[in-house]
Design a protein around this ligand. Structure first.
Ligand code: PAF
Length: 281
């Protein structure tokens, strides 16, 4: 695997692939790789001749400095995992490469970024859209792969890609879960064993939602049932529960009669976890 830190190097690598007529798939990450990321790499491998990955812990998407400081990082372990997956090239830039001195440009999907989870974490999706736009421009892939777990992030990136006319296909990859149902996340390692055991309540609530929607329900009754399930867990502090129209993320009310997305965020011992799913009646 070729590893590079500069924009010029990764552009030269991608240009060589293109000259050879090869299709390039991109997976952007913040490192601390887990099975969820490797699933994205495999999806990219299936559709493309070359797979490139990025590892960049993006400071502009963290609200609190403490959250950024706690973000796990182990480049050697991550590099070994990417090598084992057969990734062709890794872009591992410094902060000053992505955000050059004097940097003065942001990218924001104004509505999508400031609703739902964006209200709990102001500026987060602006940071995501800004860094993904820069990584797209730097790496110039044919396709990019994102997890459905970060559902609002996925919709933000789709919107941004469309609005800025990036000629890049966006592929959504289903959430990878632990055997008990907990969505895989780099944050899971920060949970105490007790919180880890309780965190499964999030995926349990989503399964309950699927059953309730299949049986026929209203948005209000569904929200109430899920709130009760999560609040019954003594270690969970519910931060957000939203039932919205799947693509626009607009609020809904009344009978569930179309595809919805359910987005849940909850804290366990100070660690914010999110989970979400799409459900069709
Ligand atoms: O999902 C992530 O890991 C990050 O938000 C992303 C898309 C790599 C942007 O920093």
């Amino acid at each position: 695997m070729e590893i590079c830190k500069s924009v010029a190097e990764i552009r030269a690598i991608v240009a060589n692939y293109r000259r050879a007529g090869e299709r390039v798939g991109l997976v952007t990450t913040m490192g601390a790789l887990h099975e969820g990321h490797l699933t994205l790499m495999r999806a990219a491998r299936r559709d493309n001749d070359r797979v490139i990955a990025t590892i960049f812990v993006n400071p502009t998407q963290f609200g609190e400095v403490a959250d950024l400081a706690h973000y796990p990082s182990d480049d050697i372990r991550d590099i070994n995992l990417l090598e084992a997956e057969g990734v062709d090239a890794l872009f591992l830039p410094e902060v000053a490469t992505i955000y050059p001195p004097g940097d003065d440009t942001i990218v924001e999907t104004v509505t999508l970024a400031n609703m739902l989870h964006g209200k709990v974490r102001p500026g987060h999706f602006r940071g995501v859209a800004t860094v993904v736009a820069r990584l797209f421009n730097i790496t110039l892939p044919d396709a990019a792969y994102f997890g459905e777990k970060d559902y609002q992030q996925l919709q933000v990136i789709r919107r941004m890609t469309n609005d800025l006319h990036f000629p890049i296909e966006i592929h959504a990859v289903p959430t990878v879960r632990e055997p008990d149902g907990l969505a895989m996340s780099s944050r899971n390692v920060r949970l105490t064993p007790e919180d880890r055991a309780e965190a499964v309540v999030l995926s349990r609530a989503l399964m309950q939602a699927q059953e309730l929607v299949a049986a026929g329900t209203t948005v209000e009754a569904l929200a109430e049932a899920l709130r009760r399930t999560i609040k019954a867990s003594p270690r969970a502090t519910l931060r957000g529960l939203d039932i919205v129209e799947a693509e626009t993320l607009s609020p809904l009310s009344g009978p569930v009669d179309r595809k919805i997305a359910i987005l849940i965020s909850a804290e366990f011992g100070g660690v914010l976890l999110i989970d979400q799913c799409e459900v069709s009646p």
